[in-house]
Design a protein around this ligand. Structure first.
Ligand code: GAR
Length: 185
């Protein structure tokens, strides 16, 4: 059985979609959920699904503690789902081509440091974009620059608010991220 770990910083609706998807996949499961925020709702979601969870500080991410736990647990694929911290280089080296991220826009547009969550949708709105979408990509040592696995687009109308853009993007995320993860594992 292949083991998936998820790192998330917030609500965790993507994590929920992934957990639920893999509940009916026989050869892979979400076995661990980690968050850098003690109050992140994703931790409650882990509890609801009886999945082991843990929290960690920036220091623990950077000093190898998180990496050590993932290695002990024999994680096959590390999934970032709304994870707002930079993955340290030693972790990337410990999990070659085994860390995947979803970005809520069409990279390379609206990516890079400081571009996450609602900030992305606000920037898309401010730029008057006619479309946006999702980018699923491998994680390398540069923010949002790893090899792209899949991009999907959605049309925007001039009247869409940043919240409505976020909702359209979320729908794409729930539809594609679990399936792409399944194809990778
Ligand atoms: C998602 O839209 C995800 O693409 C984005 O954060 C949101 C988390 O929502 N990730 C990033 O911006 C990473 N740079 P969720 O907690 O409800 O899954």
């Amino acid at each position: 059985m292949k083991k998936i770990a998820i790192l998330a910083s917030g609500n965790g609706t993507n994590a929920e979609a992934i957990i639920t998807h893999f509940e009916s996949v026989p050869h892979a499961k979400v076995v661990l959920i980690g968050s850098n925020k003690e109050t992140a709702y994703v931790l409650q979601r882990a509890k609801n699904h009886q999945i082991q969870s843990f929290t960690f500080s920036k220091k623990e991410l950077e000093n190898g503690s998180v990496k050590a736990l993932l290695l002990v647990k024999n994680i096959d694929l590390l999934v970032l789902a709304g994870f707002m911290m930079k993955v340290p280089e030693d972790m990337i080296q410990a999990f070659p081509k085994s860390i995947v991220n979803i970005h809520p826009a069409l990279l390379p547009k609206f990516g890079g440091k400081g571009m996450y969550g609602m900030r992305v949708h606000e920037a898309v709105k401010a730029a008057g974009e006619k479309e946006t979408g999702i980018t699923i990509h491998w994680v390398n040592e540069h923010y949002d620059e790893g090899e792209i696995i899949l991009q999907e687009k959605v049309a925007l109308s001039e009247t869409d608010t940043a919240e409505q853009i976020a909702e359209k993007v979320h729908q794409l995320e729930y539809k594609y991220y679990p399936k792409v993860i399944e194809s990778l594992i």
